[in-house]
Design a protein around this ligand. Structure first.
Ligand SMILES: Cc1cc2nc3c(=O)[nH]c(=O)nc-3n(C[C@H](O)[C@H](O)[C@H](O)COP(=O)(O)O)c2cc1C
Length: 201
């Protein structure tokens, strides 16, 4: 494997990388959750490495009127999944939580939180683990959707353990097959929002 591609890209390269890959880097600089002129009752907090979770979070925000807040790690993982995994795996094995350049979102004014997470190593992607280690959910209900290809076996236990002082109320696993099936994702999201009551205005 090309050594260069395995190297992480420093925070200084975020803008260029984001521009190159169409990722919304502006979110990294957001001081506070944004999305609507008046505060909504739901905040969607998410991490996205390659844009999948990002687009689902934005879609859910449109469907529910929720605000969104994207977290970003200080050091961006390689775009190549296997190169990123080399680094992420070592972090997971050593219990290293990657620092974030985004602040911890203020959830005080929200009634509930939706988390959007890519699966890494069958569990919560490392940057979201950093956030969860720092965020107190203040007794709120926490709803989680996650995206993955075929292995997410550790997600539910990890979420139950890492959502501090919150109620892990509902989890929505989304395989890439569903994410990329034309027309299917919308229905799955709608069903989840109805079941959880998140759809209510
Ligand atoms: C470091 C890394 C580890 C991953 N580990 C898994 C895994 O264990 N199981 C799986 O099904 N997919 C795995 N994937 C695929 C991601 O889950 C998938 O790329 C992600 O959900 C896409 O969301 P995103 O575009 O918002 O980053 C991994 C991807 C990366 C980058």
């Amino acid at each position: 494997m090309n050594k260069l591609r395995r190297n992480l890209i420093t925070a200084g390269g975020i803008a260029a990388l984001s521009a190159a890959f169409g990722i919304n880097a502006a979110a990294a600089d957001r001081p506070a959750p944004t999305g609507h002129k008046t505060m909504s009752k739901t905040l969607i907090v998410y991490y996205s490495h390659t844009g999948t979770v990002h687009s689902i979070a934005q879609r859910l925000a449109k469907m529910t009127g929720a605000d969104t807040y994207e977290i970003k790690p200080k050091t961006i993982y390689d775009r190549d999944m296997w190169a990123a995994w080399d680094v992420a795996k070592a972090e997971q094995e050593q219990g290293i939580l990657p620092p974030l350049i985004t602040k911890i979102p203020n959830i005080d004014r929200y009634q509930q939180v939706i988390l959007g997470i890519p699966v890494w190593g069958r569990t919560i992607a490392n940057p979201m683990q950093t956030l969860l280690s720092q965020l107190d959910f203040q007794g709120k209900n926490v709803y989680v959707f996650w995206t993955f290809y075929d292995h997410d076996e550790k997600m539910r236990d990890a979420l139950a353990q890492q959502i501090r002082n919150g109620h892990f109320t509902s989890g929505l696993p989304l395989t890439m097959n569903v994410v990329h099936a034309p027309g299917q994702l919308e229905g799955v999201l709608q069903k989840w929002l109805m079941e959880t009551g998140l759809a209510a205005p």
